[in-house]
Design a protein around this ligand. Structure first.
Ligand SMILES: [Zn+2]
Length: 174
């Protein structure tokens, strides 16, 4: 970047200043990110090298390291990184859309089961993104479930061909 977009002023480079990634909606501090600042008006600029991988790292940290029930900001972050609208997340978790918006506004705490399920969906999704293990993916798996289910009398047989489980690539969903 040569000139300030705001005022056309000269830009200086700032290295080794921690960057507070407030755009994440969370308290995230990034080290080793080169930042730029306009010498004239003081406008800050930053260019993050790989936002997608950064988001995966943040989401993975939340799911595996945060031991308390997910906070409203954490739920919003995970939902957005899953590219879901709140009513879509509600459908995956088997709750009403109002429930998700109540969690996200801090009006109600996410329950123990939904907290664990959301973490599980996120971590599966992140792992699929990393190496494409499961073809249709965890989101499809939960999308296909209605919110309230009935019992089936005679479950269909599970039919597997040798290629479904003996081949070099697993193809469990067709
Ligand atoms: Zn400027």
């Amino acid at each position: 970047m040569q000139k300030c977009v705001e005022c056309g002023g000269k830009i200086r480079t700032i290295k080794d200043r921690p960057y507070h990634y407030d755009e994440s909606g969370l308290d995230v501090v990034l080290y080793g990110i080169t930042q730029f600042q306009c010498e004239n008006c003081g406008e800050d600029y930053v260019s993050l090298p790989n936002v997608e991988r950064l988001h995966r790292a943040i989401g993975g940290f939340i799911c595996s390291q945060r031991k308390a029930l997910l906070t409203p900001a954490e739920i919003i972050f995970l939902r957005k990184d899953l590219h879901l609208k709140s009513k879509e997340l509600a459908a995956l978790l088997g709750v009403r859309p109002e429930t998700v918006s109540r969690w996200e506004r801090g009006k109600e705490s996410i329950g123990e089961t939904q907290d664990r399920l959301l973490r599980s969906i996120y971590m599966n999704y992140a792992s699929e993104k990393a190496n494409n293990v499961i073809c249709h993916g965890v989101i499809q798996m939960f999308t296909d479930l209605p919110r309230e289910r009935t019992k089936i009398k005679t479950p269909q047989a599970i039919e597997l061909n040798p290629s479904d489980w003996l081949g070099p690539e697993m193809e469990l969903c067709r």
